[in-house]
Design a protein around this ligand. Structure first.
Ligand code: CA
Length: 103
């Protein structure tokens, strides 16, 4: 099983949908390109080519910048803490019952 991550862009109507996964495009060509930020910036640019059948390959018909948020951490929110504690509690109950059956 393979996981794939991608983007798509629908340009106002369903006949002009471009995918970052080339084989999904109706012409089979590449419509998304990426480039590093200048001066070593933290992030990258995503450029879209909107002309079918390889177009002019400038990938500048729409450009989106993606930046990394420095100092980002993965801290669970209060609701997630409740789920984590409930899961640990269920594991404790399961362990207690398993030990009781074996005794
Ligand atoms: Ca173009």
């Amino acid at each position: 099983m393979t996981n794939t991550f991608g983007f798509w862009l629908n340009a106002n109507d369903s006949s002009r949908t471009y995918y970052s996964i080339d084989k999904l495009n109706k012409d089979g060509y590449r419509h998304f390109g990426t480039a590093d930020m200048p001066d070593g910036g933290e992030g990258f640019f995503v450029g879209i080519e909107d002309i079918w059948n390889q177009g002019d390959n400038d990938f500048d018909d729409l450009i989106v910048s993606v930046t990394y948020k420095s100092g980002a951490t993965m801290t669970p929110e209060p609701g997630q803490w409740a789920l984590i504690l409930m899961g640990l509690g269920l594991l404790g109950v399961h362990a207690f019952r398993s030990r009781k059956v074996m005794a």
